[in-house]
Write a protein that binds this ligand. Sequence first.
Ligand code: AMP
Ligand code: ZN
Length: 113
Amino acid sequence: MDCLFCKIIKREIPADIVYEDDHVLAFNDVNPKAPVHQLVIPKKHIATLNDIEETDLALVGRLQLTAAKLAHEQGFAEDGYRVVMNCNEMGGQTVYHIHMHLMGGRAFTWPAG
Ligand code: AMP
Ligand code: ZN
């Protein structure tokens, strides 16, 4: 059974897609926590950050590069932005397909809480 994000990749569930290439998909978060809140995901299903393997290193780097590219395109790269990846229950993960939250358009505090 495919996870929610695999269904979005396969267009079985609609999403507001903002970027796609052979390896990565990015779409607007349905419950945004910032003026811009997008999720950057690998097309390969990887359940959690704990499941990343040596062979996934380029793919994981591509998530970061895509987030930075989207930040540049949307004009907040220089002002600054927040990227977050949550792992498992105590990390606040609710969808078990790794995703990088890209949030911009406002100031963020630290620690995130
Ligand atoms: P996390 O809590 O880190 O696992 O993040 C999961 C994110 O997925 C949350 O910010 C949700 O708002 C978002 N989300 C859940 N379902 C959808 C959906 N169908 N389309 C877009 N974003 C979603
Ligand atoms: Zn998946």
